[in-house]
Every structure is written in C-alpha cells, then in structure tokens.
Ligand binder design. Structure first.
Ligand SMILES: Nc1ncnc2c1ncn2[C@@H]1O[C@H](COP(=O)(O)OP(=O)(O)OP(=O)(O)O)[C@@H](O)[C@H]1O
Ligand SMILES: [Mg+2]
Length: 273
C-alpha cells in the first residue's frame, strides 16, 4: 500500500485535515476510519469504484452529512464553523444537481455569489457572472434557460456557480479557499474536460485547494498531485500518481485487470484496461 502522511506539526494553517472519518447510512458503514491531510496549492484527487464511498466522504468534508471523526479546514473543526464562514471558504460541485425552479443560466451562476462578498454592485456581479461563464466556455449563454441546456453545458454552468462563490483562491483574511468537486468532468467532451481540469489546476497553483473525485484514470494522472484510492469505504492507497498507479493497487481496487504503462517522453503513466 502506498501511503504518505505528512507530518501534521509542519502543516500550513490552510490544510484540510480528516481524522478517523466514519460515516454510516443507517447501520451500514460506508466510509471507514479514513485519515487524510491535504494542503492548499495542490490538486488532490479521490478515485475508486462505484459505491466505494467517494461522494459520501466528500459530503462529510463539505459539511452536508453527519459523521464521526474530525474534519478541519484552516485548523478549525468544520462542525464549529458558522455556515456563512464555511461558505466563504469552500465551493462545492455536487455529483448531481436538481433545480426545483426554472432559472436562467445567469440566475444559476448568481446563486454562487454570496451576499457578504465584495461583489457589491449589480454591475460587478454581472461582470463576474459573465467572466465565470467565459471561463467555462459558455459566453452568450447567460439568458438561456438552464433546463434547456445539454448535460455537459449544465455541468459547466454549475462549475461557473462554484467559481463565483470562491472566486479568489485566498480569502480577505488570508485563508486558502477550497474547490470540492465531485466528478467535475463526467459529462464533458475532451476539450471541455481539459479546460475544466486546467481551471482547477490553475486555482491550486494560485494558492487555493482542490479536491476532486475522478473516474478517468488517465486524466487524473495528468493533473493530480495526490491520489487517494477508496475501496469499500476504506483508504486503500494514498500518494502521488507514480506511488499509487501500480498494476496491483488499481487492479485490486477496481476488481478488474488494469495495466500501468510508462511511455518515453511522457512524465505520467498511462492506464490500459
Ligand atoms: N442516501 C443514502 N442512503 C443510503 N445509502 C446510500 C446513500 N447514498 C449512498 N448510499 C450508499 O453508500 C455507498 C457509497 O455511495 P457513494 O455515493 O458515496 O459512492 P461513490 O463512490 O460516490 O460512487 P459513484 O462512483 O457511483 O458515484 C453505496 O453503496 C450507496 O448505495
Ligand atoms: Mg459518487
């Protein structure tokens, strides 16, 4: 098993720390005793088979569901953080989003702009919405009905909403902000997959934190600084791409024969199935 647990004494205050995380639905344990520390400035990923507990883990980290153990952001237990403070520190892209009301694209993106942010004027809000839409390659979509978009377009609108929420990777009081993304590119074509991954990678490069759940192992290899493998709710492996991408680890995790190949001139391994 590849493991890399940084020394917690030397962590910057912006870290995400998960300790002894345990989550059950009724009497069924779904996430079991997971420890994980993630530093801002890096692109962290979680992989693992369907039903292994990835989304459940992320929902605990974002404060959406009950859990035992500790999740702290910037050194503060999220259970003690006021919702508006938490909302200013992290944006969440869920795996599925259902909108109960008919909204335009601009109205959906506007949901991400928090009341207390510095985006005070109507014009400033409008400009941020348009800029976020441009980032996700949806210029000119602002007046369209969200319901009438394709699945991939809707996914990019949701990302624009999240970006509007945590626009600057560092808050006014100096705390890193986090992007928590549950399968952010699952509905996207190859160009938009690359664009969205680049946006997330750039957010991390600018000092923010990124934690993304992924299924595409080759795309993950191209962008991830760390990879956590979840298997039946337990942490199976944790490390950088080369530490985790080994035939035995991935074959065992996915219960399917997977081959990891290293190609000359390419720094990241390629996964064949
Ligand atoms: N609300 C719920 N109530 C009961 N069981 C649930 C609930 N949500 C998820 N589960 C179960 O918990 C387990 C983990 O689900 P989770 O959604 O975390 O998996 P996942 O790793 O995100 O999978 P996928 O790759 O398919 O998105 C699954 O067995 C699932 O059936
Ligand atoms: Mg999921």
């Amino acid at each position: 098993m590849a493991q890399s647990h940084p020394n917690t004494d030397t962590l910057p205050t912006g870290s995400l720390q998960i300790e002894g995380l345990h989550i059950s639905y009724g009497d069924k344990p779904v996430v079991k005793n997971v420890d994980f520390t993630a530093e801002p400035g890096l692109f962290h990923t979680i992989i693992g088979p369907n039903g292994s507990g990835k989304s459940t883990l992320l929902k605990a980290v974002t404060g959406e569901i009950a859990f035992t153990g500790t999740v702290s952001l910037n050194g503060q237990d999220i259970k003690t953080m006021k919702p508006e403070v938490l909302a200013g520190r992290r944006g969440v892209l869920p795996q599925h989003t259902v909108l109960a009301f008919p909204l335009t694209v601009a109205e959906v993106v506007n949901l991400g702009i928090l009341k207390r942010t510095s985006v005070g004027t109507t014009l400033a809000r409008r400009n941020r919405i348009l800029e976020a839409l441009e980032m996700v390659d949806l210029d000119g979509f602002e007046a369209r009905s969200y319901q009438a978009l394709s699945g991939g377009e809707q996914q990019r609108v949701q990302l624009a909403r999240v970006l509007c929420q945590v626009w600057e990777p560092t808050s006014e009081d100096g705390h890193p902000r986090w992007l928590f993304l549950d399968e952010p590119v699952s509905s996207l074509d190859i160009k938009h997959q690359m664009q969205i991954m680049e946006i997330a990678a750039n957010y991390a490069k600018r000092g923010g934190g990124v934690l993304a759940i992924m299924h595409d192992l080759n795309l993950t290899a191209s962008f991830a600084d760390t990879v956590l493998v979840l298997q039946q709710g337990s942490l199976k492996a944790l490390g950088n791409v080369n530490e985790v991408y080994q035939d035995t680890i991935l074959t065992d995790a996915y219960d399917y024969p997977v081959q990891v190949r290293h190609i000359e001139g390419r720094s990241q391994p390629v996964v064949l199935a």
